[in-house]
Design a protein around this ligand. Structure first.
Ligand code: SF4
Ligand code: SF4
Ligand code: SF4
Ligand code: FES
Length: 948
């Protein structure tokens, strides 16, 4: 294995369809108009020396190393800033050019510290490379000249250092921060020889605007910006391409290794979801894989009050199988079930549901998508016929109006947010419907045209009033509707939304959004060109989550914004493989490929292939499993990679349900909160230790490749296979590629997917079959999957969760960039530097009324429970609304969330809880007890880890 070296073409690719033919060093080449001479030369294999140019950012022309000669033109222009022209004749190597380039390099080297042998970038430094490329053998000015200002090394960021003495002021970092990331955290301070790169207001990196995406480090040609891991371990020597295991963007990375040690993660330019960019989590937050809390040996205990007993894999598997068999013999075959993970691979998820359906003999399988995007599946399937988003991420580059509802892309989906921000800086308009002033409302060089700060729980009223304006003002795309949708249903629906009770003026009281803002936003979306909707959990996690998804789908059909580039309805999926876990049949009513368990032909096919009779009745959803456990009819559960105790609502109810079961099996990396109620702990493997595939928010199936051996001994799919065999349902896979072959054989939308194809194409978006052998970037191009698009009437029904004198504020929850979900991974990385604890955002008026100061401990109380955390006073939330993240188990904000859920899918209503906030002295009693319990659990685990 060797290090994968991607070609740096020096300047970005031109998207022009017009081509230009020129001659470079005697050879003819044809390239798109707008291409630089530097890039054209590189495309034919000629690397013109360069320092300030890199193909991730626009050219700048400052270093003067890339000089060329052009026939008929005077001087020696920079090839990075000179566009190609028809008939142009270029020379890249003449005596004059060689002399000039050497002179430039002499100047750079004369003021560069010559500590190459001990420099962390030795062997991986473009300055070194260029000195070699121009044949520099001596420096006439000596090496003792004046130096650029050197304010000293800034090591404040936990992941990288900034060493200004090595800076050549090429500005690649500044441009990467602006153009690729869109944060504008860096500037060149000072002038001329005194120029120096400076984060924000000449602050240390850690205190600056920097979000640690790493784009500047990747752009830096020297060791000025360098990963601390490279400084510690040395430069990498081989790499493997794999997929990030954090969010639904699905960034592709090169895992760069030295031996079996991971040195760094470098975003892969060929990655079609991320195009060479990353966020802090994917690039840096992988340290959890070797954290001391990781459990690597199976453990069992008869009672949850007993200490854990470390056992062999064989004993753990036999014990689990015999327990499940005992329970089924005593309480019936439906008394057990399982939960699949949206963090595991498609193959692992497929195997889990296969074990439950064919091995356990029931459909009691559910997934954590239940608590996030199940309404997306329901809503989009009902209206369009497919349970997935309609576009690829590239599509945003063609959008003219972007409507974001209930999503916070810069925190939740940062790499896609950077691409979106680029399009917004280039002129697209922006509408945001969110109770909070999320970053995108106003961020460098971007300001939302409309921010609709709706009250939590009123999405349906708001989206229906947007439709009201479009219908009543005659802005609908009638031609599209007549051609593509059911016209009769449309007419009924149009009459419904046109009713004056849906006007912005009528709904203003409920939504809190001024009517004129709603009218302006509706007009802009309907008439502003390509309109694209992006939404998140702020849409789905409501009692009317499915209704809002359908209201959004209606809006896109109404305006003809579906079925081409630049438009569409795009759920921003939370976890890395939440799309995949749904695709793979993780819901109790659906087989892989979203086919209902009552479809006879489908079930017969699976029965024949799997060799077991299958149940045609839907099984239990997660909340039903917990209720059934409390009723005494559900006794055993196999939970793979999901911390239901922390991520599901009403923690007390969940813990009581788990405590009522006789065999709880948790397969995970750490002793997660749910494991406190487990009888068997099966140690899981990280994405670095396994082969498989993930499917991202654009339906893109991508390879996960093993870069190191699993430290627990098995990949997760192997553990499921062991258990299945022990249960008496044989499985004999040698490699996940065989599982994918089975998925393809049994799932029409995956029919043409194979590891060979994924290795060849990099990735494919489903449907991928005979009709679309290379996948489907944009859905519903020639018609909806269900035939005619279906307009669904979306009556607004206020949630039963109401504010009142006792609970006058509305709590809504969300994520922060540096942390991930319940924090099991990110809390075990240096990311904790940015978010040590969950904080409660509260508006200054509400804080003042309660005598709360910034940083004070406050008690957050609802009808369900209470917790304490510190307050953060901010105008990001409106008066009457409070907000917090749910990353830390010591806060467990789900103790206050309610049991209300989406009417169609049971997705919990996390986004609306009536609460009261009052000053407090510190953590609640239960939090202190809980902390003690966690410490005790860790103490039990520690000797086992130490014994390794
Ligand atoms: S890490 Fe990212 S955000 Fe921070 S300065 Fe570099 S490019 Fe900008
Ligand atoms: S820090 Fe690196 S990329 Fe930035 S100006 Fe200096 S040498 Fe160039
Ligand atoms: S945006 Fe998501 S997929 Fe990409 S690096 Fe960050 S966490 Fe990973
Ligand atoms: S690479 Fe062209 S001027 Fe620096």
């Amino acid at each position: 294995m060797s290090l994968i070296q991607e070609i740096d073409y020096g300047t970005p690719e031109s998207k022009s369809e017009k081509t230009v033919t020129l001659t470079i060093d005697g050879a003819e080449i044809t390239v798109p108009e707008g291409t630089s001479v530097m890039r054209a030369a590189m495309e034919m294999g000629t690397q013109i020396p360069k320092l300030c140019a890199t193909d991730m950012v626009a050219s700048f022309g400052s270093c003067r190393l890339c000089l060329i000669e052009i026939e008929g033109r005077n001087g020696t222009p920079a090839s990075c800033t000179t566009p190609v022209a028809d008939g142009m004749v270029v020379k890249t190597q003449t005596d004059r050019l060689k002399r000039l380039r050497k002179g430039v390099m002499e100047l750079y080297i004369s003021e560069h510290p010559l500590d190459c042998l001990t420099c962390s970038a030795n062997g991986d430094c473009e300055l070194q490379d260029m000195a070699g490329a121009v044949g520099l053998r001596d420096v006439r000015y000596g090496y003792d000249g004046a130096r650029h200002p050197n304010p000293g090394i800034d090591a404040s960021n936990p992941y990288f250092t900034y060493e200004p003495s090595k800076c050549i002021v090429c500005s690649r970092c500044v441009r990467a921060c602006e153009e690729v990331q869109g944060t504008f955290a860096l500037t060149i301070a000072g002038r001329g020889f005194n120029s120096v790169v400076s984060p924000s207001m000449e602050q240390p990196f850690i205190d600056s605007e920097c979000v640690s995406c790493g784009a500047c480090i990747q752009a830096c040609p020297t060791a000025t910006l360098n990963e601390k891991s490279v400084i510690d371990i040395g430069t990498p020597e081989h790499s493997v391409v794999t997929t990030c295991a954090y969010c639904g963007v699905g960034c592709t990375f090169k895992a760069e290794m030295r031996g079996d040690e991971l040195v760094r993660m470098i975003p892969y330019k060929d990655g079609k979801a991320n195009r060479g960019h990353s966020c802090i989590k994917g690039r840096f937050a992988y340290g959890y894989a070797h954290h001391k809390d990781r459990i690597t040996k199976p453990m069992i205990r008869e009672k949850i009050t007993d200490p854990w007993r470390e056992v062999s894999w064989e004993e753990a598997i036999q014990y689990t199988a015999s327990e499940f068999k005992r329970i089924q013999a005593k309480y019936g075959k439906d008394s057990v079930g399982g939960i699949t993970s949206s963090r595991c691979t498609n193959e692992e998820t497929f195997l889990m549901q296969k074990l439950i359906r064919a091995g356990f003999g029931n459909n009691n399988v559910d997934t954590c998508a239940r608590v996030c995007h199940s309404p997306t599946g329901y809503g989009l399937k009902t209206t369009y016929g497919t349970s997935a988003g309609t576009q690829d991420f590239d599509s945003v580059e063609q959008s003219d109006v972007i409507l974001i509802i209930g999503a916070n892309p810069t925190d939740g989906h940062p790499v896609f947010a950077s691409r979106m921000k680029k399009r917004l800086r280039d002129g697209a308009k922006l509408i945001i419907a969110d109770p909070r002033r999320i970053d995108l409302v106003r961020t460098p060089h971007i300001e939302a045209d409309y921010h609709l700060p709706l009250k939590p729980g009123t999405n349906v009223a708001l989206v229906t009033s947007l439709a009201h304006v479009i219908v009543t003002e005659g802005l609908a795309d009638e031609q599209f509707i007549r051609e593509r949708c059911d016209w009769d249903e449309f007419q009924d629906w149009a009459a419904f939304v046109a009713d004056p009770r849906h006007s912005p003026e009528a709904t203003e009281k409920a939504t809190g959004v001024p009517a004129e803002l709603v009218r302006g936003a509706a007009r802009l979306y309907a008439t502003g060109g390509n309109g694209a909707i992006y939404y998140g959990l702020g849409v789905t996690e409501h009692s009317q989550g499915s209704t809002t998804v359908m209201a959004i789908a209606n809006l896109a059909m109404l305006t003809g914004n579906i079925g081409r580039e630049g438009v569409g309805v795009n759920p921003l999926r939370g976890q890395n493989n939440v799309q995949g876990s749904c695709d793979m049949g993780s819901f109790p009513h659906e087989m892989p490929g979203y086919r209902h368990v009552s479809e006879t032909a489908t079930m017969e096919m699976f029965e024949q292939f799997w060799g077991r009779p299958l149940d045609s009745e839907p099984g239990l959803r997660i909340p039903n499993m917990i209720d059934a456990a409390l009723d005494g009819s559900f006794k055993g559960i196999y939970i793979q990679g999901e911390d239901i105790l922390q991520s599901d609502p009403n923690t007390q109810h969940m813990s009581a349900g788990l405590a009522a079961m006789e065999c709880v099996v948790v397969q995970d990396l750490f002793l997660i909160e749910t494991a406190h109620y487990a009888h068997v702990f099966l140690p899981g493997s990280t994405f670095l230790e396994k082969n498989g595939t993930f499917t991202n928010a654009e339906r893109r199936i991508q390879r996960v490749r093993k870069v190191m051996a699993p430290i627990n001994g098995y990949e997760d799919w192997e553990i499921t296979q062991l258990l299945s065999n022990a249960m008496g349902y044989p499985m004999h896979y040698d490699h996940p590629s065989q599982i994918m072959d089975e998925i393809a054989r049994l799932t029409p939308t995956f029919a043409d997917v194979s590891y060979e194809k994924l290795d060849e194409l990099g990735s494919v978006q489903w449907p991928c079959n005979a009709a679309a052998p290379e996948g489907t970037p944009i859905m519903h191009m020639d018609g909806f999957v269900r035939g005619k698009g279906k307009f669904v009437i979306t009556e607004y029904v206020a949630t039963d969760e109401k504010t009142g004198p006792r609970f006058p504020l509305l709590l809504t929850t969300g994520r922060i960039l540096s942390q991930y979900n319940v924090g099991a991974q990110t809390r075990r990385t240096a990311n904790v530097v940015w978010h040590e604890e969950d904080r409660l955002e509260i508006h200054p008026h509400d804080a003042e009324n309660r005598g709360v100061r910034d940083g004070d401990w406050v008690k957050l109380q609802s009808r369900t429970g209470e917790t304490s955390l510190r307050a953060l006073i901010t105008e990001r939330v409106a008066p009457g609304v409070v907000y917090t993240t749910f990353h830390h188990p010591s806060t467990q904000v789900n103790v206050v969330t309610t049991e209300f859920s989406d009417w169609a899918t049971n997705c919990p209503e996390y986004k609306v809880t009536a609460v009261q906030v009052a000053p407090s002295n510190g953590p609640s009693e239960w939090q202190e007890e809980y902390e003690e319990l966690s410490q005790a659990a860790r103490r039990i685990a520690e000797p086992l880890v130490a014994a390794e």
